[in-house]
Design a protein around this ligand. Structure first.
Ligand code: ZN
Length: 451
């Protein structure tokens, strides 16, 4: 990195950041209190509150959210009349999963091959440390030129919506001109990326009934309506010959206009077996970021072991539909239901139950905040241009904030690049990414205040 006072300060603060992240990673703050003691989450929340107080934040508070977890809030007043920026992270983490699969203990930050390993190092305890580093670097170089609100959620990984509900009940609390969600990641290490869209999702359970009970397949097979066969037909009707998703009436032709994702790269990332083709039409980015994608998550039918020669009287499936930005999730759900009903063969009885739904998100990339971030990224990542990527998953809080504060600009950045292996065993963070993104965030706040 070229000499830049902010960058020099961040570099000098990195050893302290590592020590702090080590402390934070040591809390087993999984917000599933049937499996992990709540005291671990409470201790992590208290640690964050202390860190904010030490940085001069006022109004630091532990917010009791409706799902029984706590979010940590703090406010750092800026100069008179300054804009307000909300910085988001979460301190809860995914469970370690298979502990034996970790090369080093999941809750002990361990340096190996230039990366820091441990649950939450990237997702998203490192994201909070990134916010701290950015603010400290500005303080050491003329001050923080905006008012800053920080919110650190305690149950993001559980999807229980505690902070979303709390924010809806206290709409003034998180109001800001710009929101930086520190829970995304660069497309590659070293390639500065802002995530500009998230797909939404709808989840339905399909049940098909055809007979009063199972029948002998020798005696009745061939004429008896087979519920499992009917279900397979319905599920297959959701795909075209090339494997692309086809839900009657749902547009599947949108194109991605940001970063390109080569097939070769995608095959490597997805670990596709040699000789097996990708599915869908259009570019890879079109398919995973701009178009709908149906996935059958489960089927209830007899397992192979112990199966009897029977025609099945009923069968069930759990079907997920990823909803692209620009499409209303409720509308997509209706289309999916109508499609399943229309494609159920032989007059079989079909029941559809909606299990969950979340809206897609699209940021306004023409806003001043995006320009401020692009300029900041260009300094933090010399020679690179900021890229726009999508994300196939959803962050429901994004929609809540976008709904509450329609004027606010929302930027998603973070440490979860592909090598970070978030949610898997051996999660890690790249210290260089932490350094560069902290510089970028600091310079972003400065550019944005000046803009
Ligand atoms: Zn996360």
């Amino acid at each position: 990195m070229p000499s830049n006072p902010v960058a020099e300060t961040v570099a000098s603060l990195l050893p302290r950041a590592k020590a702090e992240l080590t402390e934070l990673v040591a809390f087993k703050s999984v917000a599933d209190f049937t499996q992990f003691p709540k005291s671990e989450s409470d201790a992590a929340a208290a640690w964050i509150a202390d860190a904010l107080r030490a940085e001069g934040f006022t109004d630091v508070a532990l917010l009791d959210t409706p799902d029984g977890t706590q979010s940590v809030y703090g406010f750092l007043p800026g100069p008179e009349g300054a804009k307000t920026v909300l910085l988001y992270a979460h301190y809860d983490v995914q469970p370690p999963l298979d502990e034996a699969g970790w090369a080093t203990p999941p809750f002990e930050l361990t340096e190996r091959d230039g990366r820091w390993y441990g649950r939450g190092t990237a997702d998203c305890k490192g994201g909070f440390i990134m916010h701290l580093l950015a603010l400290r670097a500005l303080k050491a170089n003329g001050g923080v030129p905006v008012s800053v609100k920080v919110i650190v959620e305690g149950s993001e990984e559980q999807g229980t919506g505690g902070l979303e509900r709390y924010a809806e009940q206290h709409p003034e609390l998180l109001a800001a001109d710009t929101i930086v969600i520190g829970d995304a990641g660069n497309f590659r290490v070293g390639l500065p990326t802002v995530t500009t869209t998230l797909r939404g999702m709808t989840l339905v359970r399909v049940r098909i009934d055809t007979l009063a009970g199972n029948l002998h397949s020798g005696q009745f097979g061939g004429a008896a309506p087979d519920a499992l066969a009917a279900l397979i037909r319905v599920l297959d009707s959701l795909r075209a010959e090339d494997g692309s998703t086809t839900v009657d009436g749902l547009d599947a032709t949108a194109e991605w206009d940001g970063l390109e994702y080569t097939e070769e790269q995608f095959r490597a990332d997805a670990r596709v077996l040699d000789g097996v083709g990708l599915i869908g039409g259009g570019s890879v980015a079109d398919r995973i970021w701009a178009r709908p994608a149906v996935t059958v998550l489960g089927i209830d039918c007899p397992p192979v072991v112990g199966a009897t020669p029977s025609v099945q009287s009923s069968a069930r499936a759990l079907v997920s539909l990823r909803v692209p930005p620009g499409v209303d999730a409720a509308e997509a759900t209706k289309l999916l239901q109508a499609h399943i009903e229309a494609h159920t063969p032989w007059g079989a009885r079909v029941g559809i139950e909606q299990i969950g739904q979340g809206q897609a998100f699209r940021a306004d990339t023409s806003s001043p905040a995006y320009q401020a971030m692009a300029d900041a990224m260009a300094v933090a990542y010399p020679g690179e241009t900021m890229q726009y990527a999508g994300q196939g998953g959803s962050i429901p809080l994004c929609n809540t904030l976008a709904g509450l504060y329609p004027q606010a600009e929302i930027l998603l950045i973070g440490l979860s690049e592909p090598e970070a292996q978030i949610h898997a065993v051996n999660e890690s963070v790249s210290p260089e990414e932490l350094e560069r993104l902290s510089v970028a965030e600091a310079l972003f706040l400065r550019n944005y205040a000046a803009g």
